[in-house]
Design a protein around this ligand. Structure first.
Ligand SMILES: [Zn+2]
Ligand SMILES: [Zn+2]
Length: 77
């Protein structure tokens, strides 16, 4: 099952962090998604591993799962 993040606009879990920008499936608003490392706050790189998209932190030199990552969401008009 896809892991969805909470939309800051409608508070529903409608944003898929695999996409950037991501469209909220509940309210239809579009956000740019910037994944950040929970440990060092650096911006994460998207990596494709075993068919799933995860993130990689270049400063910690380790994989960060979608559930661990922090997301900075910016609404785009
Ligand atoms: Zn929404
Ligand atoms: Zn890090």
């Amino acid at each position: 099952m896809a892991y969805l993040i909470t939309c800051p606009s409608c508070q529903q879990e409608g944003l898929d962090p695999r996409y950037n920008p991501a469209t909220c499936s509940a309210c239809g608003k579009i956000f740019s998604v910037k994944p950040k490392c929970p440990k060092c706050d650096a911006e994460l790189e998207r990596v494709q591993a075993c068919g799933a998209v995860d993130f990689f932190c270049n400063s910690c030199n380790e994989l960060v799962s979608k559930r661990q990552a922090q997301y900075e969401l910016t609404e785009t008009q």
